[in-house]
Design a protein around this ligand. Structure first.
Ligand SMILES: Cc1ncc(COP(=O)(O)O)c(C=O)c1O
Length: 395
């Protein structure tokens, strides 16, 4: 078959191949990027779904507005307010997961050959999605405090990108948290260079200790002129349920209108039943307890993984303990003649019945083969300790 030339830019990810091996019996997997199904608030969601059918079946089962189901837009506006963001329900659209918001941004903003700056490393599906639209991706380096803003500024000045895509809070895969100071710098750059900043924020609510700095969108309220350069993507996937496929995008009106038009041709609207259920859930007041629960459990798992990595791999690995999110981002040091290539380690690890994802595919440019991503979300503390001990043996 003759496929569209836009597919020439995109390959199936190497990670998919690795995922095929995850069905091996007895394997402990740190490879996934998803929450633990055991944490879903099934009772709360069942009640919310029932209320949606009992009270608003007409809306919940009918076609709906492309922008989103009104009761959910209102609830999301209220949810954002708890996070310091003033947004009218009409200032956001509901998307089918935040993944769709990224796709809509690609569709509305990227012409073939356009330059887009992303973090190195960044979310793999974003790399592939933006490339599908013909983006020329440029990587800005990241350290434990998120994207290095000095380097980012140089890249913006040099390349004049169509936009900059950041995951500032507990990034996937970096786990990094952009400091308050750097967030302000990003906003100043947005105004100075008149550059759209996309803030992808599915993990901001998943913090283990102190809350992270406010989102870039929230801070934009204190940097004059910056809000019109911010597009913010949110999601219920990591804190409530990815199967609901509820995400949202807050952006300047002009951009939201174009994205809504593109969404019409894509899925007409996000499932009204899922939206009505999510709206009922948010209205029920269960969310704060759900957030407290996931923060506690993932926090304990992150703690256990950090301690186990230190114990079992010692100076053969370097990492920063994440303060939230789902991931450890680590680097093999090669100390004492140990492995420094995460692809080789991934193969050896499978033989020891433990899996993780090598870091190289998360770089749009200059892949670092010594890096790896480990998720602590789906294994309990005991499994984490056993899995990391196996990893130590594989090294
Ligand atoms: C950084 C980032 N953005 C977006 C998504 C997409 O999430 P969803 O479409 O489920 O909201 C993910 C999921 O892994 C992610 O890690």
């Amino acid at each position: 078959m003759q496929f569209a030339s836009r597919l020439d830019n995109v390959e199936t990810s190497a990670i998919r191949e690795l995922f095929k091996l995850l069905g091996t019996p007895g394997i402990i997997s740190f490879a996934g990027g998803f929450p633990d199904s055991a944490m879903f608030d099934v009772k709360g969601l069942k009640e919310a779904a029932n209320r949606a059918l009992d009270q608003e079946a007409g809306g919940a089962l009918q076609y709906g507005a492309t922008e989103g189901y009104e009761p959910l837009r209102k609830q999301l506006s209220a949810f954002m307010k708890t996070k310091g963001v003033e947004v009218d329900p009409s200032g956001l659209i509901v998307t089918t997961g935040s993944q769709q918001a990224l796709d809509l941004l690609g569709k509305t903003m990227i012409s073939p050959g356009d330059k887009v700056i992303v973090e190195g490393p960044t979310f793999l599906a974003t790399i592939q999605c933006f490339r599908l639209y013909g983006a020329h991706l440029i990587s800005a380096p990241v350290d434990a405090n998120g994207v290095k803003t000095d380097e980012l500024e140089k890249l913006i000045a040099e390349h004049k990108p169509k936009f900059v895509y950041l995951i500032p809070t507990f990034g996937n895969p970096s786990g990094a948290m952009l400091s308050l100071e750097r967030r302000k710098k990003v906003l100043e750059m947005a105004v100075k260079y008149q550059t759209l900043i996309v803030e992808d924020d599915p993990y901001g609510d998943l913090y283990f200790g102190e809350a992270p700095p406010p989102s870039i969108l929230s801070l934009s309220q204190s940097v004059p002129g910056s809000r019109e350069f911010i597009a913010h993507c949110g999601s219920l996937s990591k804190v409530l349920s990815p199967g609901l496929r509820i995400g949202w995008m807050i952006a300047p009106a002009e951009l939201l209108a174009k994205a809504t038009m593109c969404k019409q041709f894509s899925d007409a609207h996000t499932s009204t039943f899922a939206q009505a259920t999510a709206a009922q859930y948010l209205q029920s007041g269960r969310m704060p307890a759900t957030l407290a629960h996931v923060r506690k459990v993932y926090g304990e798992r992150a703690q256990a993984m950090g301690a186990a990595l230190q114990r079992e791999l010692g100076d053969a690995i370097s990492f920063t303990q994440p303060a939230g999110g789902l991931f450890f981002w680590a680097r093999l040091t090669g100390a004492n003649g140990k492995l420094a290539d995460a692809n080789v380690l991934a193969q050896r690890a499978i033989a020891q019945l433990v899996a993780f994802v090598p870091g190289a595919p998360f770089f749009a440019e200059n892949p670092d083969v010594a890096t790896l991503r480990l998720s602590f979300a789906t294994a309990n503390v005991e499994k984490i300790e056993e899995g990391i001990a196996r990893l130590g043996k594989a090294l």
